[in-house]
Unconditional design. Structure first.
Length: 150
């Protein structure tokens, strides 16, 4: 929603994965929120700490922004963290780009959920759960892209 927890974590994980696989030059990434609550702010400190401590990924340089109409044309995929954000994105998205809007956890075989929970109001360990989920989703997404040869 506000682009300071889940989506910056997913952006950081996906960046690390494409660097690891040596395919960074094939991708243009950005994260954005469906609401303007935190525009211009860095990721939540708990998200930053979890990413750094658990995966040695630094997301402190990211800044929150809100999704704009041009994003649907600019990016091949627009990935939502949960069904509420998916609905918000689908409402904003021009009809011709609707197939680009997907849920991250759709790319995880056998996932027991389609929603990455928002850890903002929960305990600190919620960020670790989110990290594990977005990492699984990002790995599945990258594998899907590789399989399609995109």
């Amino acid at each position: 929603m506000g682009n300071i927890c889940r989506s910056p974590m997913a952006e950081g994980v996906f960046n690390a994965l494409i660097e690891e696989r040596g395919v960074r030059d094939r991708f243009e990434l950005d994260s954005a929120g469906t609401h303007a609550y935190h525009v211009g702010e860095p990721p939540d400190k708990r998200a930053q700490r979890t990413m750094k401590a658990e995966r040695e990924i630094d997301i402190s340089g990211q800044r929150a922004r809100r999704v704009v109409g041009e994003d649907f044309e600019r990016f091949d995929l627009v990935i939502a963290m949960d069904r509420e954000n998916l609905r918000n994105l689908e409402q904003q998205c021009p009809e011709q780009y609707r197939d680009r809007v997907r849920l991250l956890l759709e790319f995880v075989d056998g996932s027991d959920t389609l929603d990455v929970p928002d850890p903002y109001y929960g305990p600190g360990d919620g960020f670790l759960r989110v990290l594990d989920l977005v990492e699984a989703g990002c790995r599945g997404l990258l594998d899907d892209i590789d399989a399609r040869g995109s």
